[in-house]
Design a protein around this ligand. Structure first.
Ligand SMILES: Nc1ncnc2c1ncn2[C@@H]1O[C@H](COP(=O)(O)OP(=O)(O)OP(=O)(O)O)[C@@H](O)[C@H]1O
Ligand SMILES: [Mg+2]
Length: 482
């Protein structure tokens, strides 16, 4: 058989075809068509490199038989991918990388050619061609046009991946994920969404930890929304600042006459939430005397109303939240260790806003829509300040900042002067100032905010003396208005 040579025109034609937007499977078929038809390859394979392993994405055999990855020289494919260079084997029979193999097919390969599919960021895989019948099929002259074809193919693969991803994202949006209560598409939030969707279907209790204002209650609502309890109630009980008696009656109900003021039988929240979800907010504050009763409910699904002898059963999933460190509470004797272990089966943590500042623009738009004013946006300067502040009060503080700014602004968008002094004085100033002094100030201010204003801590973190820090702060002090 005569050696096939790819002409520049064929490569260009193929390239054009490949660059039309199409699903990945069609792209692969087109690449295989061209290599088998014009280059007379006996076998053509597209091998992709994912998670350190080789995967056969598509293949074509002239004979119609089917060959797997174990019947190509994987070491050669890997070599081509890691070196990002094409490989041409003109005398495969003498090459130990082929002849040393146990596979009959590998032992009979006469010639082979491997071209890496090298993408913008990484080598995606390789195009592999071989022949058992023709020793002289692939030539050096073919390397260059085939590499051009491979470049087109890689672009097409990248495009097709993007196309497939966009289609599945649209499908996900259509399937109701647009109802999600939480805003943000940072990596930290995506991990949170993925965990929520895995925990939601279970009936086990979930403990939600995180700083104040990070959305713990929203996470609880979202878990309920995604669970099969969604058609039933979601009820919430705040555990701080209530007397143990009142709290017990709220949670489990009471019998008439069981205490002054109990003029009638009353059902508690565990009863009212039957079949649904009960959210216990600030669980660390639950009175110690009641922790045993909650534990009993968690273990047996049983409880008694205050002043009643009858044992009742309920089917309610408990979700709990805290911004305290429960281990410290246990050590201080304020929280039962057995209750802790019962609750900490499925923990979930809400990330602080300072770790996901890329979500600020999305959140700002969300809150502007929520207040429903005529204000349509925010100036780039103002947004930049919001994105360089450390948000100790997290999303709640951002929400308050936006609501306040939307009320006081005289423009149709939020301007720098509408942002609260608190945020302005601790965020990075205009990016027009590239001086060392400005960068130093911004860095020191951020570290200081991170340390909650504690100068000794900040000085330690910055690796400077407290005296020097003090001197710097004095230097920047704003003149007091008289
Ligand atoms: N990811 C988010 N997307 C949209 N809104 C959010 C998000 N996170 C928090 N919020 C909003 O911020 C406010 C505070 O949230 P939430 O009450 O859930 O916080 P929390 O963690 O329970 O705080 P605390 O510990 O102080 O009770 C709410 O108005 C909530 O709607
Ligand atoms: Mg809360």
């Amino acid at each position: 058989m005569s050696a096939g040579l790819l002409t520049a025109e064929q490569v260009l034609q193929a390239g054009q075809k490949l660059l039309e937007l199409r699903p990945l499977s069609e792209v692969f078929e087109t690449i295989l068509d061209i290599t088998v038809q014009t280059m007379h390859a006996e076998t053509a394979m597209i091998i992709v490199h994912t998670d350190e392993a080789l995967q056969l994405a598509a293949s074509r055999q002239k004979s119609g038989e089917s060959r797997g990855l174990d019947e190509v020289s994987q070491s050669l494919v890997k070599e081509s991918i890691t070196s990002n260079k094409p490989i041409l084997t003109e005398s495969a029979v003498e090459d130990p990388r082929f002849s040393g193999k146990s596979s009959i097919i590998l032992q009979h390969i006469q010639s082979a050619m491997i071209v890496p599919l090298s993408g913008r960021n990484a080598v995606e895989g390789a195009l592999y061609l071989d022949s058992r019948s023709d020793r002289d099929l692939f030539r050096k002259e073919n390397l260059s046009p085939l590499s051009t074809l491979a470049a087109f193919a890689t672009l097409a693969i990248e495009n097709a991946r993007r196309y497939d991803r966009a289609r599945s994202e649209i499908a996900a949006l259509k399937s109701g994920d647009s109802k999600r209560l939480l805003i943000g598409d940072s990596q930290a939030m995506r991990e949170l969404y993925s965990l929520i969707s895995r925990l939601a279907p279970s009936d086990l209790p979930v403990i939600i930890t995180g700083e104040s204002g990070t959305g713990k209650e929203l996470v609880a609502r979202e878990i309920h929304r995604q669970s099969n309890r969604a058609p039933k109630s979601f009820l919430a009980l705040y555990c701080g600042n209530v007397s143990p008696e009142l709290f017990e009656s709220e949670l489990f109900g009471h019998k008439r006459g069981s205490f002054t003021g109990a003029t009638a039988d009353k059902q508690g929240l565990v009863e009212a939430a039957e079949g649904g979800t009960l959210f216990l907010d600030e669980i660390a504050d639950i009175p110690l005397s009641l922790q045993a009763k909650l534990l009993r409910y968690l273990q047996e699904s049983e409880y008694r109303r205050v002043g009643d002898t009858e044992t009742r059963k309920a089917n309610v999933r408990i979700l709990a939240a805290t911004n305290k460190d429960l281990q410290t509470e246990i050590q201080a004797g304020r929280f039962r260790e057995d209750l802790f272990y019962r609750l900490f089966i499925l923990p979930i943590h809400t990330p602080p806003l300072r770790d996901r500042l890329s979500d600020v623009p999305l959140l700002v738009n969300h809150f502007l829509r929520k207040v429903g004013t005529k204000i349509t946006g925010i100036s780039p300067d103002a947004l930049r300040r919001l994105q360089t502040y450390s948000w100790p009060g997290n999303v709640r503080e951002l929400e308050n900042t936006i609501v306040r700014a939307a009320v006081i602004t005289t423009s149709n968008r939020i301007e720098l002067e509408d942002i609260s002094h608190q945020v302005l004085s601790r965020s990075a100033t205009s990016n027009e100032d590239w001086s060392w002094k400005a960068a130093e100030k911004m860095h020191i201010m951020q570290v200081l905010t991170l340390c909650g204003g504690n100068r000794s801590k900040a000085a330690l973190m910055l690796g400077i003396s407290r005296r020097y820090l003090h001197y710097k702060l004095k230097e920047w002090e704003e003149p007091v208005a008289r």
